[in-house]
Design a protein around this ligand. Sequence first.
Ligand SMILES: NC(=O)c1ccc[n+]([C@@H]2O[C@H](COP(=O)([O-])OP(=O)(O)OC[C@H]3O[C@@H](n4cnc5c(N)ncnc54)[C@H](OP(=O)(O)O)[C@@H]3O)[C@@H](O)[C@H]2O)c1
Length: 352
Amino acid sequence: MEYISLGNSGLKVSKLCLGTWHLAPSKERDQFGVLKVDEELTKKIVQRAVDLGINFFDTANIYHGTMQGVDPAHAGNSERILGESLEGYDRESLVIATKVLGRVAEHANGAGLSRKHVNWQIKESLKRLKTSYIDVYQMHRPDPSTPIEETLETFSDLVRQGLVNYVGESYFDPVDIADMVQISASIHLPFISMQEPYNLIERGIETEKFWLAKKYGLGIMAYIPLAQGVLTGKYENGIPPMSRAEYVSEIGRRYLTPQTLEAVKELGEMAREKGVSSSQLSLAWILKQSEINGITIVPIIGATKVEHLEDNVGALDVKLSSDDMKRLDEISKKAVVNWKDEFTKARHRSYG
Ligand SMILES: NC(=O)c1ccc[n+]([C@@H]2O[C@H](COP(=O)([O-])OP(=O)(O)OC[C@H]3O[C@@H](n4cnc5c(N)ncnc54)[C@H](OP(=O)(O)O)[C@@H]3O)[C@@H](O)[C@H]2O)c1
């Protein structure tokens, strides 16, 4: 495994990060009808990741492990399982990133980026993760009802208390990111990363966010690097049992268009010619984009089987020529992803 600095910071992370939004699902459901997580298998996946040299783990205070759109009754499950899976490892050898913002309780302060909510949730995350500090504490989304200074000053206090090492954002408006970088510099807060959706068929961050990464030395943590599994080619002949699309209907609407399936088929042909898997080719493309653009991009991979992880780590050995990159660029242009970015219209700004 190779280790790189996350952006302009001194923090060394493995070239791949393991995410915990989705964990291995079990076949059982809980009292609310929600699929339970197969905790034994998840533990094996996390431990195999450590064996393979992955030191970087991403989670969020709301993640459950099989749900998208988590309700308060299910929030915190992924952090708990990750904490239990990493128990016994040398904490100083690990880099743990988590996030705050999502709703964890129905009351007025049960979500957001206020001082009150953040000061509460850091304690909950630390307990679940069984650790005394977080390496990268991220704002999961903007909170337009809280002045950004309030959040950054709270984060700064957490850094001074030794509870957090670095901070980052996820999916903010580019103008707000530039503001946050400047405010952070003025209060000596180590703001080092952006967490953004990025894969061969969803490339919206290549304009402004690549520019921000370069200008401010921010590392990019690329989420959904395999388009939630679609780029592995697993949906070419329908929806396999227990795959994500079987229980998350949005995957079908967003990705399983004839054009995207055709692009994925061509990706599979190219992968076969190169003697690699589609997943490896897709992840290697992200790593090559990092190299070409002179910015840190760390794919946050998801895995529901040990074999997924082993397959995906193989991406680190795939070499791509400029002709390969051109061909992948052509393939990527053929996909049609049905997803409207409503979010960037909601600016964070609400200066108090
Ligand atoms: N900041 C944010 O708002 C945000 C949003 C989303 C995600 N994230 C982060 O990004 C991480 C990764 O997201 P993601 O899970 O969507 O990533 P992904 O890598 O695009 O998709 C992972 C899924 O693809 C399938 N898969 C992976 N490797 C495979 C292989 N080699 N062969 C066959 N299938 C394979 C598995 O799904 P099956 O269930 O089908 O087996 C796996 O769960 C999350 O865990 C989270 O940490 C952050």
